[in-house]
Design a protein around this ligand. Structure first.
Ligand SMILES: [Mn+2]
Length: 352
């Protein structure tokens, strides 16, 4: 089972070997896989003596902060210190873009990343990568996560040579954490290669209990209070079998929700037999962030592309509805729910 083309991996590690200062970028609203793959790569590159920094559009949520751990000092956040991210990008000999299929996914960093004069490498598992924009493209969509893709790339590195036991401890932990979050703890997008990776990392001594505990037994109480309220009072199930949940700003504020604390909510309605697709909308100042999940045979990606200005994976995608453009400038929750009801109904009619 060869996950990565050895020739491609060889050219990637050769290019990496020549660079001194390396910057790693990932998508906006970074999740466990974005941080896991970026931090995992950073720790490995540091063992090669590279000067590495990570640039983010916005800070990662507290729920995945344990992955960043002591590496936190080398992470620069555009929303907090734009001059630091600009300096890191401009001074790079090489840029890695992890878990994003185009520069635009890094939102406000996109332009600087695109303009940077150095070589650029893409490592990603999303559909439709912008291959033209990169010098080396490691893109694979039938894989659980970018963390898994990076794991197999690292096994091809000259000093690792297939021995997971040679990975830095912090890299192994970050990769297991990233893969675990992107598969929803081995529930979706799991392939034989995913279990093989987990098995070899466990054998190499990664403390999975600690990772699972940090990810899934470490939430604040208010997350569960909000989850209960949304499922009881707010979830709508349309005749087409689409579950819709909207979290408006007032509600998020009432429950003191922080970034990342509603992670996973969108998956819950898929547990209901008649639900074929689940859509969660989160209100922001100028838009609603949209998460789409679907059962096998239904394309969340197509629905997100056609109706929500987004995309992602077949069963898990995201997008946005911009106020004053896709919706009224000050839309009520009924208007938003109505929009989603209508377009998903249309989506299912087109499927037949
Ligand atoms: Mn991912």
């Amino acid at each position: 089972m060869s996950v990565i083309d050895p020739g491609l991996a060889a050219s990637l590690w050769e290019t990496t070997g020549k660079a001194g200062k390396i910057t790693i970028a990932t998508h906006m609203h970074p999740d466990g896989d974005a941080i896991g793959s970026s931090v995992g790569l950073m720790h490995y590159l540091e063992t090669l003596g590279k000067d590495v920094s990570i640039v983010l559009n916005d800070r990662y949520p507290d729920t995945v902060a344990f992955i960043a751990g002591k590496g936190d000092g080398r992470i620069h956040v555009h929303e907090e210190a734009p001059e630091d991210t600009a300096e890191a990008i401009a001074g790079s000999d090489l840029i890695f873009c992890m878990d994003m299929n185009s520069f635009g996914r890094a939102e406000n960093l996109g332009e600087a990343l695109g303009k940077a004069g150095c070589r650029k490498i893409l490592v990603d598992h999303h559909l439709h990568p912008d291959t033209e924009a990169f010098d080396i493209v490691v893109s694979k969509t039938d894989i659980s996560s970018t963390s898994e893709l990076l794991y197999y790339l690292l096994l091809e590195a000259p000093d690792i040579r297939g021995d997971a036991g040679k990975l830095p401890e912090a890299t192994a932990k970050a990769l297991l954490a990233g893969m675990t979050t992107d598969t929803n703890n081995f529930a979706n997008s799991v392939y034989p290669s995913t279990f093989a990776m987990a098995s070899r990392l466990l054998a190499a001594g990664v403390d999975r209990d600690a990772v699972i505990s940090a990810l899934y037994s470490n939430y604040r109480e208010n997350r569960f209070r909000l989850m209960g309220m949304l499922l009881k009072d707010r979830m709508e199930i349309t005749p087409c079998g689409v579950a819709i949940i909207i979290i408006d700003r007032q509600t998020a504020q009432n429950y003191d929700m922080k970034e990342g604390e509603t992670e996973g909510f969108v998956n819950l309605p898929l547990g209901i037999r008649k639900v074929r697709m689940s859509i969660l909308l989160k209100e922001e100042a100028d838009r609603f962030r949209v998460s789409v999940r679907s059962k096998k045979g239904i394309s969340a990606n197509r629905c997100a592309m056609e109706y929500f200005n987004g995309g992602g994976h077949e069963q898990a995608a995201g997008g946005r509805l911009v106020k004053g453009k896709d919706l009224g400038s000050c839309p009520g929750m009924d208007e938003v729910a109505g929009y989603v009801r209508d377009c998903t109904c249309k989506f299912f009619k087109e499927q037949i």
